[in-house]
Design a protein around this ligand. Structure first.
Ligand code: SAM
Length: 290
């Protein structure tokens, strides 16, 4: 029988993803590693102790590693790796290093020459995208700056990008962020509110940005909990295409008044950059309409 059990390996840093709400979303490998690691470093040891208790895990030594002690704690973990111990790192929820501590630890451990291995699992960004229906490229921004000026500047830079945009947001800032998204990105792009994912009050709500403030205001619950915001890509490309095809049609109509169909289509294509075959077909239709 396939033995799936994979204990933590000595001298290796295991970066372990944990649930973003539903505690049953902890993977079998994450359980194996947390059960067997000599040291489990955690963003908040109390939060992680709670998770371990639920899964009846007697973990190795729990030690804190957060934004404020990441460098010093990393140095201690490197010493442990050097001594041949197995180390796991978990943030409070989701995947470490994604709007969470972990990057400095990973860099320090890599620079010290030790192996690092990811134990994948939940992340709010991937969870939201899995139900967002985004087909093209997307840009994960994480948390926008808290200060209004910096937030608006960041959004102005993002507004020109052709991608869908993914943000994290906390309940106390959701309204001002939505107001700025609407003011800077315009009302037409659609937004998905992915709220309280995997939790009891999980909610997905999609609407045009123009309607987002009213939806937030409609119910206190709409402003509660944790949010991923997925803003669809701008339709600007399509608008440009529309403009170009309107221009090609206008030129074609003028040329058709003076020239035979084939020549008019050929010249219109050269003048506007539109495809010759498409203009030929359009010219046929226009002739038939006359
Ligand atoms: N490392 C985590 C991850 O991989 O998703 C993110 C940690 S970041 C400090 C916390 C933010 O992630 C929240 O403010 C929220 O924007 C988002 N988030 C986390 N859990 C969520 C959930 N269950 N539903 C919606 N958003 C969530």
């Amino acid at each position: 029988m396939f033995d799936a059990s994979q204990p933590a390996r000595p001298g290796v840093l295991h970066i372990v993803a944990t649930p973003i709400g539903n505690l049953r979303d902890l993977s079998q490998r994450a359980l194996d590693v947390l059960k067997t690691a000599d040291i489990v470093a955690a963003e908040d040891t109390r939060t992680t102790q709670g998770l371990l208790n639920v899964h009846q895990i007697q973990a190795g030594k729990l030690t804190p590693l957060h934004d404020h002690n990441e460098q010093a704690a990393a140095a201690r973990l490197i010493e442990a790796l050097r001594a041949g111990q197995s180390v796991a790192y978990v943030s409070d929820a989701g995947t470490p290093g994604i709007s969470d501590p972990g990057a400095r630890l990973v860099n320090a451990v890599r620079a010290a020459g030790f192996e690092i291995t990811p134990i994948p699992g939940p992340s709010a960004v991937a969870t939201a995208l899995s139900v967002a229906g985004i087909e093209g490229a997307w840009l994960f921004y994480g948390f926008l700056p808290a200060k209004p000026g910096a937030r608006r500047k960041a959004l102005q830079e993002l507004a020109t990008r052709p991608d869908a945009l993914v943000f994290y947001e906390a309940p106390h800032r959701i309204e001002e962020t939505i107001d700025d998204l609407l003011a800077i990105l315009g009302g037409e792009r659609s937004i998905l509110f992915a709220r309280e994912l995997t939790k009891k009050f999980e909610q997905l709500h999609a609407c045009p940005l123009a309607e987002a403030p009213a939806w937030l205001a409609a119910d206190d619950n709409h402003r509660r909990g944790e949010f991923v915001l997925v803003v669809a890509a701008p339709a600007a490309q399509t608008d440009d295409n529309d403009k170009e095809s309107r221009e090609a049609r206008r030129v074609l109509e003028i040329l058709l008044e003076e020239l035979p169909l084939k020549q008019a289509a050929h010249l219109a294509a050269r003048l506007t950059g539109a495809r010759k075959n498409a203009l030929y077909d359009l010219a046929l239709t226009l002739k038939e309409e006359k």
